[in-house]
Write a protein that binds this ligand. Structure first.
Ligand SMILES: [Fe+2]
Ligand SMILES: [Fe+2]
Length: 361
């Protein structure tokens, strides 16, 4: 994937959408107007001010320097409307996108352009309703993180739709099906959040939670890493070991996320706690506040267990997914006073519910 932009910050939501299909190189015209050559990519997305001749010229140079035969080229129509379409054609765009299209629609358009052969095939055996729920939850998560990246108001309707879809899906279908589908795209924050959310929804059901409480737990999980939308993608998706500085930047996602929700208002205390405190441990060794024992609510303890387990079973470009038995073993092997032992025992049924499918994927 190659993204050409003249304002990288504005294009971050597009970068996240593109990364759904694999690693995304960003040609930032503002930083490097001449641009280096980029490796052949499956698709190019250009997001520049088409009324700015310097940007258009720079984009043409970058395109000329990177092999392009038969490759789809999508272009966001930005700039004076009368000229944008003409300029988009002039730089070889094969598909144009309106600048106000929400990320969920852009994602659907790219899937259509790419023929997204993997997804329909892999999902073909699954009930239509589950496929619809996964699509709804994924689009909701994409819209949510895109809004968070721009520091705009979070789309409450999308959160509610995503929570409802996740609860329905994990109620009516095999959790393993959900996990195996979601894990295909695990290098993205929203895929991680979908995994954590589905595990949490199943966890709440295992413990006999009411529908209301399960909705709360799922919503907290959907939002738990929302602050990662403000962390540079280069750090989030770095394949090698993180430096101490980079790790410190990532750790700030809890405070960033909490701050976003507080500023917007309308989110309950349990959700705020989960977003701020899901990396706390009962023995006080977690962050950001080093909370201990009773200072950490049951709901936060549950999100923490689901979060760690999800990270272990995720597939990354640099690591194979851990098998459910092994991942559950890592959790039980953690220092006895970090996680809630009773909740961890109850989580065993959730962890193994997806085991068969996870082994096969
Ligand atoms: Fe987190
Ligand atoms: Fe997380």
């Amino acid at each position: 994937m190659l993204l050409i932009t003249d304002r990288a910050e504005r294009s971050r939501s597009l970068e996240r959408v593109l990364a759904y299909w694999g690693s995304c190189a960003v040609a930032d015209i503002a930083k490097q107007p001449s641009g280096p050559g980029y490796r052949p990519s499956r698709l190019v997305l250009t997001d520049i001010d088409l009324s700015c001749s310097e940007s258009v010229l720079a984009a043409r140079r970058i395109l000329a320097a990177s092999p392009a035969r038969g490759r789809p080229h999508l272009c966001v129509l930005r700039g004076a409307p009368a000229h944008a379409e003409v300029q988009a054609n002039a730089i070889g765009a094969t598909v144009t996108l309106s600048a106000d299209m929400p990320p969920g629609m852009i994602r659907a358009k790219i899937a259509e352009v790419l023929g997204d052969r993997d997804a329909p095939d892999e999902a073909a055996h699954l009930p239509q309703r589950l496929q619809r729920d996964i699509a709804t939850a994924t689009a909701a998560m994409a819209d949510l993180l895109a809004a968070a990246a721009l520091d705009g108001p979070l789309p409450v309707g999308a959160i509610d739709a995503g929570v409802a879809a996740i609860n329905r899906a994990t109620e009516e279908s095999d959790l393993g099906d959900w996990l195996s589908l979601v894990r295909r795209h695990d290098d993205l924050t929203y895929q991680h959040c979908l995994l954590v959310s589905a595990l949490a929804a199943a966890f709440g059901r295992t413990l006999g939670f009411s529908e209301k409480d399960r909705g709360l737990l799922t919503a907290a999980s959907v939002l738990h890493d929302i602050g990662k939308a403000r962390i540079p993608v280069a750090i989030l998706q770095k394949e090698g070991a993180l430096t101490a500085e980079e790790r410190a930047v990532i750790c700030r996602h809890t405070e960033f996320g909490h701050g976003m929700l507080v500023r917007q208002g309308g989110f309950g205390g349990e959700i705020l706690d989960a977003v701020l405190s899901h990396h706390e441990y009962l023995d006080g060794s977690g962050y950001p506040q080093g909370l201990q024992g009773a200072q950490i609510s049951d709901l936060v303890r549950m999100v923490t267990i689901c979060d760690i387990y999800a990270a272990l079973i995720e597939r990354r470009s640099y690591k194979a997914p851990m098998a459910p038995t092994e991942a559950y073993g890592v959790l039980t092997g953690m220092a006895a006073d970090k996680l809630d032992r009773a909740l961890l025992r109850a989580f065993e049924r959730v962890a193994f519910a997806g085991a068969a499918s996870a082994r096969n994927s």
